[in-house]
Design a binder for this molecule. Sequence first.
Ligand SMILES: Cc1cc2nc3c(=O)[nH]c(=O)nc-3n(C[C@H](O)[C@H](O)[C@H](O)COP(=O)(O)O)c2cc1C
Length: 197
Amino acid sequence: MLSYAEAIKVRRSIRNYDKRPLEDNLLVKIHNLLENPQRGPFGNKPRFVFIEKPAAREQEKVKLGTYGFITHAAYFIGGCIEKYEFSEVDYGYSLERIIIELTRLDLGTCWVGGTFKRNDYKVLLKTKETETIPCITPVGYKAAKKSLRERLGLTLTDGSKRNPFEKHFFENNLETPLRFNSEDKYHQALELVRRAP
Ligand SMILES: Cc1cc2nc3c(=O)[nH]c(=O)nc-3n(C[C@H](O)[C@H](O)[C@H](O)COP(=O)(O)O)c2cc1C
């Protein structure tokens, strides 16, 4: 199994999924991950739901549309958190932990904050007025090919591009770029931040 650092390095947004249903052992692992989510650094705890699209469509009459940005995904993770200062940071922390664990299981995911029908998730999560749904992710086996939209360059951004380390991180002031030193454990951690979605 990949280490956490390796998983962060290989993770990419997956927008095209294989239609095969997930194996039972993976479903159990996903449920375990979602059952007791990690509290974020600001102390807020999100709650997550695992959604099987066909069942949700039938029982809750929701469409779970992604405006064509995500194709063939049969499973999604939706989540919400109380609206407090910095609670969305906590949500990001908790969902990214889940996404890294799913990457270690060789499953595809994609942070989706804009291109999804939020109201459908409000129904499934039974959100209160005081809660917000910052982002969701599809989850499933990756399809062999990228989606047509991706191949045509019609996704929001091209994830293969990252600014170099010294354009992200600075020392003492914003005029002094931090030069990457592979021996420095803080630089190693910042390099993983640079690789994050
Ligand atoms: C908070 C957040 C919201 C995002 N929302 C969307 C979205 O609505 N639709 C989408 O296709 N990708 C979305 N993405 C995925 C980014 O486009 C993607 O992470 C970025 O291009 C880097 O690519 P990578 O994930 O392959 O490294 C989102 C990413 C983040 C972090």
